[in-house]
Design a protein around this ligand. Structure first.
Ligand code: PGA
Length: 252
């Protein structure tokens, strides 16, 4: 059985005070459900230490929104996996759609980040998902297959088992448009089938595949009831403690 996983990606939101308050409210409100649901919060880099401290007595993991693939050196502005590990991070998003489509990251760079996260002791959350034009042109399967295969390229089965996949159709992120549970389930099933072919049936069975894109308290439950949807990656609604807690509750 895959334990449900609810992760909140705060993106470039909240200041230091608001980050700590939000983290504390989530820790307090999830104390009972944290046994059944795996919870992660993903604040901006600079607030990670304060958020780690704020949730230190709770069963909440903290993640980073991105990492750089080199371990150290002359890479001005970048942050390595070992630095993030050192601050108390457990997870790192790799290839979030905003990194791909706003900042311009390609599959090759995302793949290096996934590998570096694992080598540095972090658990990567590899994000994949198609643009609206790609869905309209019936290219969803092609795009998701390419992003998944390229994102995991070179990883052996042991390393791949450290990865969580997040399917986030780009057209659903921050738009209020959610994929229907059926549309999401279809892509999740495809991802699991691909993982089974690339690695093994057991790995495919065990790996967690999250859905992301305008997840809210009122649609989270139905999405997570789909067979291959093991949890959700939440953006906007994770900035409100009550909404995020309601989504966690929907996973119980
Ligand atoms: P959203 O963001 O929930 O605001 O659509 C999801 C994400 O970007 O992970």
């Amino acid at each position: 059985m895959r334990k449900p996983f609810v992760a909140g990606n705060w993106k470039m939101n909240a200041d230091g005070h608001a980050s700590v308050e939000l983290a504390k409210a989530i820790a307090f409100g999830s104390s009972e459900s944290a046994e059944q649901v795996h919870i992660a919060i993903i604040p901006p880099f600079v607030y990670i230490p304060a958020v780690v401290k704020a949730v230190s007595t709770a069963r909440i993991a903290v993640g980073a929104q991105d990492i750089y693939f080199e371990q150290k050196g002359a890479f001005t502005g970048e942050i390595s996996a070992s630095m993030l590990k050192d601050t108390g991070c457990t997870y790192a998003l790799c290839g979030h759609s905003e990194r791909r489509h706003v900042i311009g990251e390609n599959d090759e760079l995302v793949n290096k980040k996934v590998a570096a996260a694992i080598s540095g002791g972090l658990l990567p959350i590899l994000c994949v998902g198609e643009l609206i034009e790609e869905r309209k042109a019936s290219k969803t399967e092609e795009v998701v297959t390419r992003q998944l295969k390229n994102g995991l390229a070179g990883l052996n089965i042991e390393k791949a088992s450290a990865v969580t996949i997040a399917y986030e159709p780009v057209w659903a992120i921050g738009t209020g448009l959610t994929a229907t549970p059926q549309q999401a389930q279809e892509v999740h099933a495809l991802i699991r089938k691909l993982l089974s072919k690339m690695y093994s049936a057991q790995l495919a069975e065990e790996i967690r595949i999250l859905y992301g894109g305008s997840v809210k308290p009122d649609n989270a439950g139905e999405l997570m009831r789909q067979q291959d949807i093991d949890g959700v990656l939440v953006g906007g609604a994770s900035l409100n403690a009550d909404d995020f807690l309601a989504i966690i509750q929907a996973a119980v």
